[in-house]
Design a protein around this ligand. Structure first.
Ligand code: CMP
Length: 140
């Protein structure tokens, strides 16, 4: 199977605890290559737009506040079956359900402060990559 791409965010709970390298190491060890990466402070508008699909959910307001509470690292990851590969190494959304050996089992603090985001489909990966990166910022 050819390499595909997915989008990842290292969330504020992880950047605050200086875990950018530790999380990235787990991504790399899972067979993913970081082909774009930048540390940013998301604006409220960016976070609301990014999570617009969740805007009717009761946790939307808290989620946006959390995502703008500190810097995040947005990344494009490349690898064979990248979306699934990334979701497997991230582990379940709720860290209490996350399997041993996953990023969320190792580092997540709660369902909200769960250290990483990853695209859930190839289609959404493209949308999410385009939301944060210009084509020339991605170097495979
Ligand atoms: P993420 O993959 O970034 O996509 C939406 C986020 O909402 C999710 O990870 C969780 O961190 C966050 N979230 C907060 N509360 C909930 C909840 N009750 N159910 C699902 N996701 C939640």
């Amino acid at each position: 199977m050819a390499a595909t791409r997915t989008f990842s965010i290292i969330k504020p709970d992880a950047t605050r605890r200086n875990l950018t390298g530790a999380v990235t190491k787990m991504l790399e060890e899972a067979g993913l290559r970081v082909v774009a990466s930048k540390r940013i402070q998301m604006t409220r508008e960016q976070a609301e737009g990014f999570y617009a699909v969740h805007k009717e959910r009761p946790f939307f307001g808290d989620l946006v506040e959390f995502m703008i509470s500190g810097p995040v690292v947005v990344q494009v990851l490349e690898g064979e079956d990248a979306v699934k590969r990334n979701r497997d190494v991230m582990g379940a959304t709720n860290p209490s359900d996350a399997a041993e050996g996953t990023i969320r089992k190792a580092y997540a603090e709660s369902i909200e402060a769960n250290s990483v985001h990853g695209s859930d489909s190839d289609e959404n990966a493209k949308i999410e990559i385009d939301y944060f990166f210009k084509p020339e910022e991605i170097v495979g």
